[in-house]
Write a protein that binds this ligand. Structure first.
Ligand code: HEM
Ligand code: ISQ
Length: 151
């Protein structure tokens, strides 16, 4: 896996942008997921009983941050080790959470797309195809590990 230093820094620098305004980007991320796949609404406990996407919801913010962070960490690992290693405990936990909530393989494409749109929104003019590809690679490796655990 050839993940370059440049790609790693593109992911890191855009992750820093997302982290700075988590209320905004977590909501944006979520809104994108539902725009692409409205049916995903019923899977999330913090959405099930509400009409709209709750603003400033602590669970939404924390979970979205984790997705951003884990993908960024995957990028760092790809550059340093050429592979993504997630601890077995984390994998088992995430595998079971996603299985239990009815997540299936095609949903991972939806979340990937929503993630890319969120990064794009965040970095504005700094967006590039190279940046998108770097996030895509990192996300792909992380998602594969979770999907494998769900089998
Ligand atoms: C929950 C990460 C993909 C739907 C979570 C949680 C994390 C997470 C950290 C919180 C677990 C907890 O502490 O309770 C990720 C990562 C993904 C990914 C890193 C991909 C690399 C997906 C996909 C879907 C999805 C593709 C489908 C749309 C959910 C749902 C929950 C959840 C429904 C439970 C939320 C709740 O009601 O509390 N995910 N996720 N996730 N995720 Fe994901
Ligand atoms: C959980 N899993 C995937 C994506 C998410 C986005 C926002 C909040 C929680 C999530």
């Amino acid at each position: 896996m050839d993940f370059t230093e440049k790609e790693e820094s593109l992911v890191k620098e855009s992750y820093e942008v997302l982290k700075k305004d988590l209320p905004f980007y977590s909501l944006h991320f979520f809104t994108q997921i539902l725009e692409i796949a409205p049916a995903a609404k019923g899977m999330f406990s913090f959405l099930r009983d509400s009409e709209d996407i709750p603003h400033n919801n602590p669970k939404l913010k924390a979970h979205a941050l984790k997705v951003f962070k884990m993908t960024c960490e995957a990028a760092i690992q790809l550059k340093e080790k050429g592979e993504v290693i997630v601890s077995e405990t984390t994998l088992q936990y995430l595998g079971s959470v996603h299985l239990r909530n009815g997540v299936i393989d095609p949903h991972f494409e939806v979340v990937k797309e929503a993630l890319l749109r969120t990064v794009k929104e965040g970095v504005g003019e700094k967006w590039s195809e190279e940046m998108g590809n770097a996030w895509t690679k990192a996300y792909h490796h992380l998602a594969s590990a979770i999907k494998a655990e769900m089998k």
